[in-house]
Design a protein around this ligand. Structure first.
Ligand code: GLA
Length: 385
């Protein structure tokens, strides 16, 4: 952990090896695939579920292998699934092991998601025991909580050392407020923040680095396109860098809708985030085309997950246009972007619900207009090379 440049060298190496192992070039007489079309720019990933990586969903499994060269686990590595009960006996690695084996079998870049998050984490993690608690509450005190975090990270990262190449170490720790005047950097409602403050982030990265020194460690959050939250991101990451904490990549979730983020905002955000000198990964891309999903994205994404009101009119067309706009900006920033991951394979798998028409393939595993639109962007990018 002494010299930060080592991290960048490792990231560059990984990017180079991804590009080197990418399949044959995109050509007009061959049906396009995402991994071929983007092979000169960045890796293309997808968040996958248990039915897909165990082969119960045979079409889904085949589509993942045909189209993508990177995978993220939608749910199976979240704390509540992988470590449902306290202590060394409290882990359940069955699904996570199958996910990693699937990735290895198909030579995919395997991402781990996620080590420290306030959601999908069992209540016992934050509860007092042994009569020790945070003063006046029944919440765990600093020592208990740090102990649990350490054991969790050491165990989980250690188990997949050398196999998982990128870990989301900390997820969504930033204060979400859209007010410029709110200068609090971290999310007040998170028990991690309440009990440990910024220390949980620092320790999480250090322990993950100790458990697997070759793994790319990512800070991941949503709506960091928005000015006030982006400012807090920059403040947080600079403060980690000043302490030589091994944060090695920024994950921008990019849960979008039909109008947000627009081209200018996305361009400005990526320019700003790149100033941190770290590679950028777009980690959870989807475009919500539901009527209820069209308000501005400043609140917690978890609050607007459903496709209320059905899809807007001409949803497929509008979704395709927004995907095209977003990929045009990603390609413009290809020097800094190393990976773009879609948050789900088909509209039927999406956390947004099927009516949000949020992804590149429909419920019958067929490419949608959005797929064509994304592939088309590489043609103009290729011409501009
Ligand atoms: C967040 C998390 C993901 C997923 C999505 C929506 O962005 O990082 O794991 O839960 O919400 O499902």
């Amino acid at each position: 952990m002494k010299n930060l440049p080592r991290f960048s060298a490792r990231v560059a190496l990984l990017a180079a090896s991804l590009l080197a192992t990418a399949p044959a070039a995109f050509s007009a007489d061959k049906p396009a695939t995402l991994k071929d079309a983007f092979k000169d720019y960045f890796a293309m990933g997808v968040a996958i579920n248990q039915n897909q990586f165990t082969g119960k969903d045979t079409n889904g499994m085949a589509l993942i292998v045909a189209q993508y060269n990177a995978i993220s686990p939608e749910n199976v590595m979240k704390w509540q699934v992988i470590h449902p009960r306290p202590g060394a006996e409290g882990y359940d690695f069955k699904a996570a092991d199958a996910y990693v084996e699937f990735g290895e079998k198909h030579h995919l870049l395997i991402v781990g998601h996620t080590l420290a998050w306030h959601n999908q984490t069992p209540a016992w993690v934050f509860r007092a025991d042994d009569g020790r608690s945070l003063e006046g509450t029944n919440e765990a005190d600093r020592q208990i909580l740090l102990g649990r975090l350490h054991e969790h990270i050491q165990t989980v990262v250690g188990r997949y050392k050398g196999r998982i190449k990128v870990w989301d170490v900390v997820n969504e720790a930033l204060n979400d407020s859209s007010s410029e005047a709110d200068t609090e950097v971290l999310r007040r409602q998170s028990p991690w923040v309440r009990i440990l403050g910024q220390e949980f982030i620092e320790k999480a990265f250090q322990w993950a680095h100790e458990a697997d020194p070759d793994c790319i460690l990512r800070y991941n959050d949503y709506s960091i396109e928005n000015g006030p939250k982006r400012k807090r991101l920059i403040t947080l990451i600079k403060s980690l860098q000043a302490k030589n904490i091994p944060v090695m990549a920024i994950g921008s979730q990019t849960h979008a809708n039909l109008v947000w983020p627009g081209v200018e905002l996305e361009d400005e955000a990526l320019t700003d985030i790149a100033s941190l000198g770290l590679p950028i990964h777009i980690t959870e891309l989807d475009v919500n085309a539901s009527a209820a999903g069209q308000r501005n994205q400043s609140a917690d994404v978890a609050q607007n997950s459903h496709a209320g009101g059905g899809a807007v009119s001409s949803a497929e067309q509008k979704g395709a246009e927004q995907y095209g706009r977003l990929f045009s900006v990603f390609l413009k920033h290809r020097k800094d972007i190393k990976l773009v991951t879609l948050w789900g394979l088909t509209d039927r798998d999406s956390w947004r619900g099927v009516n949000a028409k949020a992804l590149l393939f429909d419920g019958n595993w067929q490419p949608k207009p959005a797929f064509e639109s994304v592939i088309n962007e590489t043609k103009s990018a290729g011409a501009a090379k």
